[in-house]
Design a protein around this ligand. Sequence first.
Ligand code: HEC
Length: 82
Amino acid sequence: MKRLAAIALALSGCVAAGGGSDDPGHRLFLAKCTSCHAAPEAARHTDGEWAGLVGEYAKEAKCTEEEIALILGYLRRVNGRE
Ligand code: HEC
C-alpha cells in the first residue's frame, strides 16, 4: 500500500509539472491563441510544423520571443510527435 501511495504522489507531481494549468506555456497558449479561433490540438502538428505555425501566428497574437518559446515548448511537450 505504501508503494501505491508513492506512485500516486509521483504521478500527480507529473501532471502538475507538464500540461496542467500551472504550466506557463499552456496558460500562454490558451490566452494568446484562442482570440481568433478555438485552441488548436497540439497533436495535429509535428514539432517542426509548430515552430513555423507559432512563429507565424505569434505575430498576430503579439507575443514576445519569450512567450513564443514557452508556447512552443508546451506544444512540443504535449504533441508526442517529432
Ligand atoms: C489575429 C487572429 C489570430 C490569432 C491571435 C491566432 N490565430 Fe491561428 N489562425 C487565425 C486564422 C484567421 C486562421 C485560419 C487561417 C486559414 O484558414 O488559412 C488560423 C489558423 C490556425 C491554425 C490552423 C492552420 C493549419 O494549417 O493547421 C493553427 C494551427 C493556428 N491558427 C495556430 C495558432 C497559434 C498557435 C496561435 C497563438 C500563437 C494562433 N493561431 C493565434 C488567426 C489567428
